[in-house]
Write a protein that binds this ligand. Structure first.
Ligand code: NAP
Length: 286
């Protein structure tokens, strides 16, 4: 899709990260900008951790409508913003910024929405209420747990290599979250309706998640938040077992909708064409 020329009044947004070249967000938002013929631009912004505060001040000065935040800024930003939404506060991380006409910056987190929307669109009848096993206890795990709690999930077993991080997640979010030791992960799958990998294991260049799926019920949905590669070793194994599988790319696409709508005034659609475009987008190396 051909990008339109932009004017001096173009609405501006971008993604702030360090490094930022791996981010698929510029390809994703630029696709929607071109599709809707908007006078707008979305750019990668490489910002060192120690320059985040300056960068946020700069965004306001430059008249940006907002931005996405990615690694390593998602937690650090909490202390630097004018307002934090309740969802971002619960997750303990910010991935989307909105800047109002007075230069006030509000931080929110759209990952919980994106996580659930992806599953609902991929699996007919999925409502998130059944028992879930969440592997990992980082920011992505917190977003998944918040989404599942709000969907009325009956039980969430959180399993992390570093037990203290899982305990902290359970203490912060409460409700149906319980901690299962890392060594008990295979046995914990026995009554799961949903298994989610929120660790970086299985990502290109990382070892696979070591998890025996024998105890997993036949109908349990297996979701990997890793989307590079799209079919991780976990998803390949689940597919071989006959379980429904959902990759992580859809979460990225759905979490982006709210930011785009807030910055540019159009609620964009997640389509098969968008998915193919983002999947095939050459990301910059940084
Ligand atoms: P994070 O806060 O750094 O958490 C990383 C998690 O991975 C922790 O639970 C960590 O366990 C675990 N881990 C890392 N290496 C491990 C190993 N060798 N063995 C066992 N566990 C290991 O990162 P995050 O922001 O939650 O992101 C996690 C993953 O989700 C990344 O792959 C990211 O790309 C993906 N993600 C995808 C989307 C999407 O839209 N699809 C959105 C957000 C994140 P410890 O606590 O023991 O270190």
């Amino acid at each position: 899709m051909q990008a339109m020329a932009i004017s001096g009044k173009a609405r501006l947004a971008g993604v702030i990260g360090w490094p930022v070249g791996h981010s698929k967000s510029p390809a994703l938002h630029s696709y929607w900008i071109a599709k809707h013929g908007l006078d707008a631009a979305y750019v990668p912004l490489a910002v060192r951790p120690e320059r985040l505060k300056d960068a946020l001040t700069g965004l306001v000065a430059l008249g940006f409508a907002g931005a996405n935040l990615t690694i390593p800024h998602k937690q650090a930003a909490l202390a630097l913003l004018d307002d934090i939404t309740p969802t971002a506060a619960r997750i303990g991380a910010v991935n989307t910024l909105f800047i109002d006409a007075n230069g006030r910056i509000t931080g929110t987190n759209t990952d919980a929405f994106g996580f659930l929307a992806n599953l609902k669109h991929a699996v007919t009848g999925f409502d998130g209420a059944g028992a879930a096993v969440v592997i990992g206890a980082g920011g992505a795990a917190r977003a998944a747990c918040v989404a599942l709690i709000d969907a009325g999930c009956a039980s969430i077993s959180v399993i992390n290599r570093t037990a203290a991080r899982a305990e902290a997640l359970a203490a912060d979010l409460g409700g149906p979250v319980r901690v299962v030791p890392w060594a008990g992960r295979a046995a914990a799958l026995g009554n799961a309706a949903l298994l989610v990998n929120t660790t970086s294991l299985g990502m290109t260049g990382q070892p696979p998640l070591d998890l025996d799926l024998k105890a997993l019920p036949a109908g349990a949905v297996v979701n990997d938040l890793v989307y590079s590669p799209l079919e991780t070793p976990l998803l390949a194994a689940a597919r071989r077992s006959g379980n429904p599988v959902v990759d992580g790319l859809g979460m990225l696409l759905y979490q982006a909708q709210a930011g785009f709508a807030g910055w540019f005034g159009v609620t964009p659609e997640v389509t098969a064409d968008l998915r193919a475009h983002v999947m095939n987008a050459d990301v910059l190396t940084s």
